[in-house]
Design a protein around this ligand. Structure first.
Ligand SMILES: Nc1nc2c(c(=O)[nH]1)N[C@H]1C(S)=C(S)[C@@H](COP(=O)(O)OP(=O)(O)OC[C@H]3O[C@@H](n4cnc5c(=O)[nH]c(N)nc54)[C@H](O)[C@@H]3O)O[C@H]1N2
Ligand SMILES: Nc1nc2c(c(=O)[nH]1)N[C@H]1C(S)=C(S)[C@@H](COP(=O)(O)OP(=O)(O)OC[C@H]3O[C@@H](n4cnc5c(=O)[nH]c(N)nc54)[C@H](O)[C@@H]3O)O[C@H]1N2
Ligand SMILES: [Mo]
Length: 719
């Protein structure tokens, strides 16, 4: 090799560049691609997808590609800060870590003494890696109020599966003959699953996609069921009508392993395919075709979404109706169906046995006051073991009912992501004490009394496992920038300052991980020998049809078409035990008068490939990929009727509030529906929602089926 060629090759042993391994955590938690970071003089100079990593195998999305912009962004919080001006005024002075941690510990201990430990709530935003330690901190402190963003993401999906199956059942995509992808757009939201989809279609898997929009995923479907938002229950019941009446169901499974079939069968009789068409907008013939394809397939699996189907005021009942289809066809816990897959770590079924549950729950719920949200959403604590229902936090701060919340320690709290975001902002203002820990100076941080700088994942270590039985414990590839620290270090340092007598906190982070992983035989020392991660040595896959030995983990011991848990709330709360379909609380069917004034369905938060919630708007490499934002997607027919042209300004209004955005005319949106991305600071769609526009069972917000109006706004009015 000539010397100049050698110099071009990096690293070449002479130019001071080394490659270090880590993962990208800008998305969280399933899509964590392996990274090769080129480091020179302690700085990241180049980023590539890691070919060695089992999940992404070298690929990288636009967010990961912008890692350097993310890490070195000027909005990074540099030191701990103490507020000196009024809340929101952004007047802070830098303070030392010692002063910050002392102040926080002292204040929390005073409030604990005066109002009880439950008066302090501990919150986690979308970031997951520190959650086990944060939950342990909360309980060790004595508070039941560990709450997270999962109060509007995933838990409701898990709840529906728990109500129907007793526990979760993930789709066995690699072995199924037919995938019923009931909402989801993995090509944007989870590229690994996108790749799996393509691979499995190539081997002959049939694909049915249920989505109101046209997306890259619906474009690949054998059948696209393009329903009106929030009508999923009616569609699933109409499919059940076909499956039952054409005797396509698994009669042996239904007879021996299910509960409530007769009543369910009778209820389903209302939902003829024609009625299904009337309620959902999907042609009756297509409903029949999809039902037959799903039921006749030798094996079929339902691919659930973490949020889109449950972001409705009728979300739980709708998704129960969907999962009942797996009960009808016996596609639960079999190869190629929806398989029971126990969690290994942080909600991921990683094929390793762990002691995570023991670690995160040092004190049983019964020894503490009820968690936030338990009184309003009593089904939640019955089914969700992990945490409180955070959507009730603003109400509890304001009302002091059933007991006061005085302080909030937020790790990545961002009020913009909540329904009635402005209402939450005002509630935060009423706290005695609010601490927020974030990488960037957000508007929510500006409301805090103390702000702490978290470092990014490249400046710290983290344990992560993957569904294919892969595990990694990353090491920092650069020193923490400025005075930032890892969230985990902050938690362990606070535990010490708070004077908590907790052996595992005293023993430190890595000892805690060894404790959690102990049943698997994997140790931190072993993981450190595999910087790019490793396959789990003895992956644990539960046997098929585990219900044959132990029954289902439901109160009846069977797969429940009719929920015994919900039965208890039929009289008290009017919650149906069958998966009864009611239209969204605000909809042309349920509130025709309101719909005269607000004739459009407002569907918010469909993901874009270059943005993750509030995280990447500030990165120019990402924002330049989507011009003229913030914009709402509307159908050209609607636009023409209202005299709206591409990029015109429009006002979206609901009875609660209004915002002005640009119009993007696209066939991806069906007529009558307005799609708006969440999280834009300049036009925050979440101010349009009432705080109590929630599903009565899960407490999840109706982010995807409110009513709104749109009208053209003259440019002169905007500028
Ligand atoms: N209208 C509407 N609203 C929605 C949704 C919708 O579809 N429509 N979707 C909902 C769903 S499903 C979700 S999951 C939520 C997400 O809502 P959030 O969790 O609030 O969203 P993020 O913006 O991802 O993260 C919150 C904060 O965490 C910070 N952060 C990032 N990494 C770290 C870290 O390592 N440590 C710390 N301490 N902070 C960090 C970010 O800078 C950000 O300020 O939004 C919900 N809101
Ligand atoms: N790039 C990127 N990736 C992400 C995220 C991100 O912000 N950006 N967020 C992460 C998070 S927190 C989550 S929860 C996941 C979400 O992941 P996905 O569920 O895959 O993605 P979404 O775009 O939220 O929703 C998928 C589809 O649901 C459809 N939909 C909307 N309303 C309804 C309805 O009423 N019924 C049905 N059947 N479908 C409906 C939308 O049209 C959309 O195409 O993505 C994760 N991945
Ligand atoms: Mo989410």
């Amino acid at each position: 090799m000539r010397p100049e060629q050698k110099l071009k090759k990096i690293p070449n042993g002479e130019n001071g560049i080394v490659i270090k391994k880590s993962i990208c955590t800008i998305c969280d938690p399933l899509t964590q691609c392996g990274l090769d970071l080129y480091i020179k003089d302690g700085k990241i100079v180049k980023v590539e997808g890691s070919k060695e990593h089992a999940y992404n195998q070298g690929s990288l999305c636009p967010k990961g590609a912008a890692t350097r912009q993310y890490v070195y962004h000027e909005d990074r919080i540099k030191t701990p800060l103490k507020r000196i001006g009024s809340r929101g005024s952004n007047q802070f002075i830098p303070i030392s870590w010692e002063e910050a941690l002392e102040t926080i510990a002292c204040k929390l201990n005073v409030l604990k003494k005066e109002y009880g430990p439950e008066s302090v709530a501990f919150f986690s935003g979308f970031t997951k890696y520190f959650r086990p330690y944060l939950k342990r901190l909360t309980h060790s402190f004595g508070s039941p109020n560990y709450i997270t963003e999962s109060s509007c993401c995933y838990h409701a999906t898990a709840m529906t599966q728990a109500l129907v199956f007793g526990r979760q059942g993930l789709p066995d995509m690699a072995n199924t003959d037919c995938l019923l992808l009931w909402s989801g757009n993995p090509f944007y939201t989870n590229p690994g699953n996108g790749r799996n989809l393509v691979k499995n279609q190539e081997r002959g898997m049939k694909l049915i996609v249920v989505d109101p929009r046209i997306t890259p995923t619906t474009a690949r479907a054998d059948i696209h069921l393009r329903l009106r938002p929030g009508t999923d229950g009616a569609l699933a019941l109409a499919m059940a009508h076909v499956i039952i009446n054409e005797k396509l169901y698994d009669q042996d499974f239904v007879a021996n392993h299910t509960y409530g079939f007769e009543e369910y069968r009778d209820y389903v009789q209302h939902f003829t395919p024609e009625e299904g068409h009337r309620l959902t907008g999907v042609p009756a013939d297509l409903i029949k075709e999809a039902a037959r394809m799903y039921a006749k397939a030798k094996t079929a699996a339902i691919f659930p979404s973490a949020s889109a189907v449950v972001h409705h005021t009728n979300g739980i009942q709708n998704y129960r109706a969907v999962f009942c289809l797996a009960g009808l066809t016996g596609n639960y816990d079999i190869k190629g169906g929806n398989r029971y897959s126990p969690h290994s770590f942080i909600h991921i079924a990683g094929l390793i046995p762990t002691r995570e549950q023991e670690f995160i729950q040092p004190r049983p719920w019964e020894e503490m006051p009820p968690r936030i949200g338990s009184d309003r959403f009593p089904v939640w604590p019955e089914v969700v073991d992990e945490e409180g229902q955070a959507m009730q936090l603003p109400y509890q701060i304001r009302s002091g009912q059933p007991y006061p919340i005085k302080a909030l320690l937020g790790f990545g709290m961002n009020y913009r992501m909540w329904p009635d975001s402005e209402g939450l902002r005002q509630s935060l203002n009423m706290l005695d004490f609010f601490v927020n820990i974030d990488i960037f100076m957000t508007d929510t941080c500006k409301m805090a009394d103390i702000v702490l700088p978290a470092c990014t994942s490249l400046e710290r270590s983290e344990l992560r496992c993957y569904p294919m039985g892969y595990i990694i414990f990353t090491q920092p590839v650069i020193e923490p920038l400025y005075e930032s620290r890892s969230d985990v270090d902050i938690i362990y340092q606070l535990a010490e300052k708070l004077g908590l007598e907790d052996e595992l906190f005293a023993a430190g982070y890595e000892t805690s991980i060894d404790y959690i992983l102990e049943p698997s035989g994997i140790t931190v020392a072993e993981l450190k020998k595999h910087p790019a991660g490793m396959f789990v040595p003895n992956p644990v896959r539960p046997p098929e049809k585990s219900y044959l030995q132990n029954g289902f983990a439901t109160p009846s011991g069977k797969l429940e078409f009719k929920s015994k848990i919900l039965e208890k709330y039929e009289d008290k709360m009017g919650i149906a035990a069958l998966p009864v379909y009611t239209p969204p609380k605000h909809s042309p069917e349920a509130t025709p008068d309101l719909a005269k004034e607000y004739p459009f369905i407002l569907n918010t938060g469909s993901r874009m490939p270059m943005f993750v919630h509030t995280r990447t708007f500030r990165l120019s490499w990402n924002s330049c990929l989507k011009k003229n934002q913030p914009a709402a997607d509307i159908n050209p027919e609607d636009a023409e009727r209202l005299g709206i042209k591409q990029d015109d300004y429009i006002r979206i209004s609901t009875p609660k509030n209004s915002i002005v955005v640009r119009a993007n005319l696209t066939q991806m949106a069906q007529p009558g529906v307005v799609h708006m991305h969440h999280a834009f600071a300049q036009a925050d769609v979440n101010i349009l929602f009432e705080a109590d526009y929630l599903d009565p069972i899960s407490g999840f917000p109706g982010f995807k089926s409110a009513l709104c109006n749109i009208e053209k706004v003259n440019e002169t009015e905007v500028c």
